[in-house]
Design a protein around this ligand. Sequence first.
Ligand SMILES: [Zn+2]
Length: 134
Amino acid sequence: MIPATFAQAVWRGIRSRCPRCEQGSLFARWLKPRERCSVCSLDLTPQRADDFPAYIAMIVTGHLMAPLIIALSLDFALGPVAMMAILVPLALVMMLGMLQPAKGGVIAVQWWNGMHGFVKERLPTPEPTERERP
Ligand SMILES: [Zn+2]
């Protein structure tokens, strides 16, 4: 079923579900979107996420890592090797773990806004009742 709100569509994308029906999966492989939703047949080929998911992952990881780096260097006085042994694997896991949800969210934003050839779809708005009419 078509999502009622923008946030609902994006949340479906973040969870790697089809933004339109929520039933089909968005990805054939890790970062490879399906050409079509297997449930509602939504054509996913117009998506143009490009590098934007990577930028999102970098920005979020950087903002989450900064307080940790400060705390590790000030409170624990770790040496550079110990810092790198903790921070590099953590940053890699966070970045790689965020790429697919970020890409799903970007595809959902593009679909919701009818970008790049996606057809903009909305739930039909109910007819105003007699009392609501001006
Ligand atoms: Zn679908």
